[in-house]
Each structure stands twice: as structure tokens, then as C-alpha cells.
Ligand binder design. Structure first.
Ligand code: HEC
Length: 131
């Protein structure tokens, strides 16, 4: 029985490690730790174009054809109305966790913490903020 017991213990450890620290973590900073610079915004724009533009649109207003296909219309990211909160950490968490049941995918496995913050910077830019 002993080897089985050890095997089980190791198995539990392995699962624990697999669920442990991931590449991106829920926003630990209340405010965006990256400098709001042209470089960060450009980086955010590249990532936004790859991952977000289909639903939220080039201008971030969410007025895309995807409206027809989704359970919830993609949010307008340029206004100051926020379903999940408009401060940096809330926007970060909306991207990280997503709202799968409402067709906003979570990006925890696709974007690192650093990249997620760059996207947050680009959302600020879309909302009219300038460095
Ligand atoms: C498959 C379509 C789809 C994609 C791709 C997508 N979103 Fe969304 N997003 C949605 C929908 C739908 C909502 C509205 C969810 C709700 O209201 O509950 C939403 C909501 C959000 C919100 C919350 C807004 C608020 O008012 O609180 C943020 C922030 C957001 N998306 C950012 C992004 C970013 C950044 C990306 C790319 C990394 C992205 N989304 C990719 C569909 C999408």
C-alpha cells in the first residue's frame, strides 16, 4: 500500500503545481504598472488587433457584425460606462478572467500579465487618453 500512497501524494503535488502560479496572474497592481507611452500603446494595439478587434471593432465601440452572433453585445470600450468597473485592475481582470457565459472570452492562457497591461493601455488610448 505504501507505494500507492506515495504515488497518490505525488499525484496531488503534481496537480497542485499545475494549478499553481500561471504566466499571467490576476491583477495585483491597482493601477497599470506600465508607463503610458507611445511604445506601450503600439504594443497594445498589435495585441488588440489580433485578439479583440473581431468583436470590439477597430475603434473599440463594439459595433461589429459579431453583435448578431453573441449572447451579449461586445462592450463599447471607449465610453465611461463599465459593466465590471473602469479602474485599471477591473479592466485587467475582465480581460484575464473573461465572462465566458456572456461570450467575452478569458485571456489568461493567451496573454501574459505584461501583454494584458499593454492592452489596457490601448483601451485607454481608444477612450481618448493621450500620453
Ligand atoms: C468573441 C467576442 C469577443 C472577443 C474576441 C473579445 N471580447 Fe471583450 N467582450 C465581449 C462581450 C460580448 C463583452 C460584454 C460582456 C458583458 O457585458 O457581460 C465583452 C466585454 C469586455 C470588457 C468589459 C467591459 C465592461 O463594460 O466592463 C472588456 C474590458 C473587454 N471585453 C475587453 C476585451 C479585450 C481587451 C479583448 C481582447 C484581448 C476582448 N475583449 C476580446 C466579446 C469579446
Amino acid at each position: 500500500m505504501r507505494p500507492l500512497g506515495i504515488g497518490l501524494a505525488l499525484g496531488v503535488l503534481a496537480i497542485g503545481t499545475a494549478l499553481g502560479p500561471s504566466k499571467a496572474v490576476l491583477a495585483q497592481a491597482e493601477t497599470n504598472p506600465q508607463e503610458f507611452s507611445v511604445a506601450t500603446i503600439k504594443r497594445g494595439r498589435q495585441l488588440y488587433t489580433v485578439h479583440c478587434v473581431t468583436c470590439h471593432g477597430k475603434d473599440g465601440r463594439g459595433d461589429t457584425e459579431m453583435r448578431e452572433f453573441l449572447k451579449t453585445p461586445p462592450a463599447d470600450l471607449t465610453d465611461d460606462q463599465w459593466v465590471y468597473g473602469g479602474h485599471d485592475a477591473a479592466v485587467y481582470d475582465a480581460i484575464y478572467t473573461g465572462r465566458e457565459e456572456r461570450d467575452m472570452p478569458g485571456f489568461r492562457d493567451k496573454l501574459t500579465e505584461e501583454r494584458t497591461w499593454s492592452v489596457v493601455s490601448y483601451i485607454r488610448y481608444l477612450g481618448g487618453e493621450r500620453p
